[in-house]
Design a protein around this ligand. Sequence first.
Ligand code: ARG
Ligand code: ZN
Length: 465
Amino acid sequence: RGVAMLATLISVLACSPADEPTPPAAGQSAADRRAGAPGIGDPDFPRDGNGGYDVSHYDLVVDYTPATKRLDGVTTISAAATQELSSFNLDLTGLDVREVAVDDAPATFTRKGDELTVRPARAITGGTPFTVKVTYTGSPKPASDNANLGTYGFIPTPDGAFVASEPNGSKTWFPNNDHPADKATFDFTITVPAGLTALANGEQAGRPTTSGGRTTFRWRERHPMATYLATATLGKFDLRQGSTAAGIPNLAATDPRFKSSLDPLYTLSGQITDYWATVFGPYPFSSTGGVVDDYSAGYALENQTKPLYGGFQPDETIIAHELAHQWFGNSLTIKRWKDLWLNEGFATYAEWLWAEHKGKKTAEATFTELLKRPASDPMWSYPPGRAKPDDLFNQSVYTRGGMTLHALRRAVGDATFFTLLKAWAAEHRYGHVTTEQFVALAERLSGKELDALFDAWLFQPRKPA
Ligand code: ARG
Ligand code: ZN
């Protein structure tokens, strides 16, 4: 109690809204020089993620009541220090932190903007594992300050919550290292009023239990996951569960308003997951499916194992897109946001491959049609290989990114191209990727010099010749 009160006092004193990050001063104390950095090192998002440690696991305990919008949470993070740490940061927006413990010992903390700085009683030795447990409460506010990204993060709905956090909204509902460069496994224990369903990533660990009018759901994602893909989507849902023809557990969930989508979502998600496994290689996770919630997000998100569709009936094209992300984005994860075309260009190209597979339209026909766009089309002035932080999800990252893959397919031929897609997914399964690595693999497998092709398609602010 005493420690928590002192920490609250410190956090109030440290919380002047005008505060800006202070650069390291020459005369700073030894302790400050051993402070973990407030960002993970992505120059486009300098405050996202943190330095000095690597998370291996998040244990999230969340209690939520839609009527009051109150969330009570306990997040226990298992991490390894990559340097000596006199203090380190977590990312968290809003919410009241009640207590922080490092290796079960009370720690002090301060808040400044989206940074939660934790100072353990004793410095953490570099190279050693540690745990940090954060007890917090409050009413989560989604991120919505950026017109380009819309509203994202933990979005309260009348019957629960719509949780879609790309690129950096997971900090709106739990403290974490909020950047895809640090992936970890997750356990979720989510309690909601009885009658509601809590849907998180991975598979259920046991049946839900109800007592005192509240139901607790347990979910477990055993494969590494970026924080932006973590979800706790809550509300009234109709469920359909089973497995795909190839034997992958499949779960579809729809808000009652989208009940008519339940069967098509279930069937298409299963068929598409199985088809992508033949094109991209084995499905990387332990289950597949999808969730349609009654919140008009204006987008869908490829939440790991459970893509989330925001307030519309998903068709096969968008299901093909979100499920392709399970390979490209979720299993193979970008190290820096500027490489986002490795997610969105691939998922867009997957839409064209699905249409080709269904005999509706070849990828070549889609490509040829898009190539007719005049040189003045804004797509040609935005180089998709360098996603801009203030316009991350520009259509060029999707469409011109997808066209880049088709230009590559034309240059290397179908056999090499499809070998490359599988090799790419296999070599970096569950890992991190960069554009340079993709170019290198494409050149290695094709035996061709491809710099000019990738430069024209990914990096030039003009229509390729
Ligand atoms: N990755 C998503 C998709 O294309 C888009 C997410 C957009 N995020 C946002 N905050 N608007 O499938
Ligand atoms: Zn996408």
